[in-house]
Design a protein around this ligand. Sequence first.
Ligand code: ATP
Length: 256
Amino acid sequence: MAPHTEQLTRPPVRLRGLTRSFESRTVLDGIDLDLPAGQFTALLGHSGSGKSTLLRAVAGLDHGVAGGGQLTAPERVSVVFQDSRLLPWRRVLDNVLLGLTGKDAEERGRAALAEVGLKGRERAWPGQLSGGEAQRAALARSLVREPELLLADEPFGALDALTRIRMHSLLRELWERHRPSVLLVTHDVDEAIVLADRVLVLDRGRIGLDLTVDRPHPRSYRERGGPPGFERSRELGGAGRDRERLLAALGVTEDL
Ligand SMILES: Nc1ncnc2c1ncn2[C@@H]1O[C@H](COP(=O)(O)OP(=O)(O)OP(=O)(O)O)[C@@H](O)[C@H]1O
């Protein structure tokens, strides 16, 4: 996989005037966005605010984006979704290797699986994997392609709380090792704060808040517990204020 030193030569993502409408409804309304190479960014927003639409546009998967908008993005882009999208009739390693060429492809695939903690499961069928394992395999399949940009659309949305926390650590570790630019779509404020160094809130077709989360990693949080607001802020490494700002931008009142 790509060595970390390549990072500085990678292209950033640059969006200018991105507009997307469905029928008469404008979902993205002239978005300007720069994602510097190697940055870990999370994208928050209410259901239906256009997060997936923006991600698809950045991935170059949306041909309906209005003319006039400009997109510059790296060439090697991988996308992971909430559902692993593994082909059920191919073994795990074969899923990871799908479309890969080169003499060392198998070796790279095996290394990627080992890196996500799936050593020994190469010959398993996708149906034999747990939800968390399937998402690990999906991450291996993405990373083996040495993406310059990793787009993740609620990749942990279907996992139980404990598995999610493990996957958070794994994703952050993988990012630290390979340093792709990451755009992670989530509706979970805590997930965004724990993982990302920058959090965007999509609101009424625009970036309503662009927040730098400047806290040391690893960050962790507890779901509940302690005096209201206190435990969670402390466990987020002092990022409680960031959390408040994000909740305010989302118009959410907490029910502690
Ligand atoms: N292909 C499509 N055709 C028609 N409308 C669409 C299409 N794709 C998205 N939309 C509409 O655009 C809006 C934004 O959808 P999008 O999936 O981007 O939101 P989201 O923020 O990712 O939502 P969620 O958090 O629920 O996944 C929604 O109202 C959706 O119905």
